[in-house]
Design a protein around this ligand. Structure first.
Ligand code: ZN
Length: 309
């Protein structure tokens, strides 16, 4: 633990611990098309990023990572959501995932925590129907995400109001986008007591302190713990982490989303300890579960180097 403490960003230069985290991220990022960032969830220090010198990624859809914010907003503003249930039955492949669930077997009766852990589309669509859309957009903007009206899949309209709202607020249509460091900062705020930092500078800047309802924060945290143990990140070796995966459409050269291929995201944050390392992984091509495995690999390499117990 003593070595880990050196990672907390002592002024005046990088520590050996930070260098080991950087090395772990670089090793995990050796396959082309992978990028990783690591921050201290409690101080907002950006600890490492890899591959070194890679160009900054522009705003892009976060896929189901967006659900973390939707769940938190719903739980904070509409506490009844915490005891709500959604029935997620099986569905044929011909039905779009937005209209049923990505898991064709269905998740059964799903509560708030399971809905987040399994990234159940039916539960998320139910939340999207309950929250006020403008309030959700304002919430996303406040967290540093970008709301881009008209940037819908291939220019095709998603017709019905409820369906369109579900597509937007659950990360299906690319309307909401985020730069990776803004996305990491927003996710970190959801698990560090509501402290939203700006991570792009040499020193973190506290942008805002949210005072969300404690039971809302707790339920989101439990959902993210369950995601690592039994949900969409369960095979990634992220036990002891808060985790969430995201699979999002890629972007065409003109900036519209391309529903024909996907990019993968994963967020993983140590549930406790110091430093509480939070990692964001992006894959140019792939799905969220694959990104989670990369996060697991980076943390395993770092732990093996002796910086975490
Ligand atoms: Zn489901």
């Amino acid at each position: 633990m003593a070595a880990a403490a050196t990672l907390l960003g002592a002024p005046g230069g990088r520590s050996a611990g930070a260098d080991r985290l950087q090395a772990a991220l670089e090793q995990a990022a050796r396959v082309p098309g992978r990028q990783l960032w690591a921050a201290d969830a409690d101080t907002g220090n950006l600890l490492a990023s890899a591959p070194r010198g890679s160009p900054a990624l522009g705003p892009r859809p976060p896929g189901s990572l967006l659900k973390v914010f939707l769940y938190l907003l719903a739980a904070d503003r509409l506490p009844g959501c915490l005891s709500a249930l959604a029935s997620c039955g099986s569905s044929p492949a011909a039905v779009r995932a937005l209209d049923a669930c990505w898991d064709r077997r269905g998740h059964g009766n799903v509560g708030f925590r399971e809905g987040l852990a399994y990234s159940c589309q039916r539960f998320a669509s139910m939340l999207a129907a309950r929250v006020e859309p403008e309030a959700a957009r304002a919430f996303f903007r406040g967290l540093g995400l970008q709301v881009e009206p008209g940037a819908r899949a291939g220019g095709k309209a998603v017709q019905e109001g409820a369906r369109r709202r579900a597509a937007e607020l659950t990360g299906h249509d690319g309307t909401i986008r985020a730069e990776p460091l803004a996305l990491l900062a927003a996710l970190v705020a959801c698990v560090n007591g509501g402290y939203l930092y700006r991570l792009d500078g040499a020193k973190p800047v506290l942008v805002r302190h949210y005072l969300w309802r404690p039971e809302a924060v707790r339920a989101v945290r439990e959902g993210l713990e369950l995601a690592a143990l039994a949900g969409t990140a369960r095979v990634a070796g992220l036990k002891g982490c808060l985790a969430k995966t995201g699979t999002a459409p890629t972007l065409l050269p003109d900036g519209r989303v391309d529903p024909a291929s996907t990019q993968g995201w994963a967020f993983a944050c140590l549930a406790e300890g110091r430093p509480r390392v939070a990692i964001l992984v992006h894959l140019d091509r792939g799905i969220g579960a694959q990104a989670a495995a990369v996060a697991g690999k980076a943390l395993a390499i770092w732990r093996a180097a002796g910086d975490a117990k």
